[in-house]
Design a protein around this ligand. Structure first.
Ligand SMILES: C[S@@+](CC[C@H](N)C(=O)[O-])C[C@H]1O[C@@H](n2cnc3c(N)ncnc32)[C@H](O)[C@@H]1O
Length: 355
């Protein structure tokens, strides 16, 4: 301890953390470059390459590629072989960085991060004014980044474990049910469900016009547009009911009036219908969320979710780490008296809500 009360060991430890944190933050634009230029995909066979070979394969300049590869090796994203000067993307990293259809695909997270950085001046200003900042007001990278970041998680869990965890829902979907997906963004979850249950019909909705246009194009590409429609509407007035199943993926806490949305869901559900509420994983107390996953979610919540909710009527601002207890209260205000945790992953909790 020094005379000024500084514990040198603690300072050193924090500066050590800073090196890791700053290195991770500085790596973000390099992941985006690797993603945009197809550098990871060009290394996806996990064979060793020289910088010149990778540059030729991707029509880039060797000097830039060499520097990028060295940074990626220092990050542990690629391996370096000093004996012959080659670099290699190991199969595990290839799965996470090069395969869009892998449940471990992560570049979307960095694209989302890019939008957050670009929009930081507006959010900084909101800290003083207290005004909200709507989801639709963000840089385009947010919409595409969110879809690319969240889709792998849905791919891994939605059809395989979340829907089967709901009471009697899979049977209904197999026989032919009507499903609503509210706050659906680019519709990744809607389309995955439509692919898995060909007898059912789906209505995705979101208040952001640009996202709905992207969702429609995506449904066309996936060949499910005959059973999947998308509409621009708020969670408090979407149409097309009655529905056997309503879903909301990582969007309830972004809404200004989630209890109002719950009341509308209650109105459009069939008598024995189910509402599946997927939210970020969180404990009920702040201290339970002070961990690496909570760190990510509190960042997203400060930069995206809280301003989004504050930009809408009521402006409840639940935050991305509301926790099951608070969510259950909000669902209860909307007329859902039976709420239980049906499933969870390290990133999500899945609530089954019934009237
Ligand atoms: C974090 S994104 C999740 C998108 C999508 N569900 C997914 O999982 O990829 C939140 C979405 O909620 C939408 N949203 C926010 N408030 C809304 C409201 N009041 N009504 C309908 N959609 C809303 C946003 O436009 C955005 O697409």
């Amino acid at each position: 301890m020094t005379a000024t009360g500084i514990d040198e060991a603690k300072l050193e430890q924090f500066m050590g953390q800073f090196v890791g944190d700053f290195g991770a933050a500085m790596t973000a634009p390099l992941v985006m470059i690797g993603d945009k230029l197809g550098l990871y995909k060009a290394m996806a066979d996990s064979e060793p390459v020289t910088p010149a070979q990778l540059a030729e394969r991707t029509e880039c300049r060797e000097r830039y590629i060499r520097e990028w590869l060295c940074q990626q090796a220092a990050s542990g994203y690629v391996e370096y072989n000093a004996a012959d000067g080659t670099f290699r993307l190991p199969p595990e990293q290839a799965m996470a960085l090069a395969d869009e259809n892998s449940p471990a695909f992560i570049p979307g997270a960095f694209q989302l991060l890019a939008a957050v950085v670009k929009d930081e001046p507006q959010i900084t200003e909101r800290f003083r004014s207290g005004e909200g900042f709507g989801w639709h007001e963000h840089h385009h990278d947010l919409f595409e980044g969110t879809e690319r970041f969240f889709r792998p998680g849905y791919l891994a869990s939605l059809v395989e474990s979340w829907l089967p965890a709901l009471d009697g829902v899979v049977e209904k979907l197999k026989q032919g049910a009507r499903v609503a997906d509210i706050g659906c963004g680019h519709g990744a979850s809607t389309i995955l469900m439509a692919n898995a249950f060909p007898a059912s019909t789906f209505v995705g909705s979101d208040y952001h016009d640009g996202s709905i246009q992207a969702a429609r194009a995506s449904a066309e590409r996936a060949g499910v547009a005959d059973r999947v429609s998308f509409e621009v509407s708020s969670a408090k007035d979407f149409g097309g009911g009655p529905f056997d199943l309503v879903c909301v993926f990582d969007a309830l806490h972004d809404m200004g009036d989630p209890a109002g949305a719950a009341r509308h869901v209650r109105d459009v559900l069939t008598e024995d219908g189910t509402w599946m509420v997927v939210e970020p994983f969180a404990g009920d107390s702040i201290e339970e969320n002070l961990n690496p996953v909570g760190r990510i979610f509190y960042s997203g919540s400060t930069m995206l979710c809280t301003p989004a909710s504050l930009s809408q009527e009521v402006g409840l601002a639940l935050g991305a780490q509301a926790g099951e207890q608070r969510l259950t209260e909000v669902l209860g205000e909307g007329g859902f008296s039976r709420v239980r945790r049906a499933a969870e992953t390290p990133f999500n909790i899945v609530l089954e809500a019934r009237p």
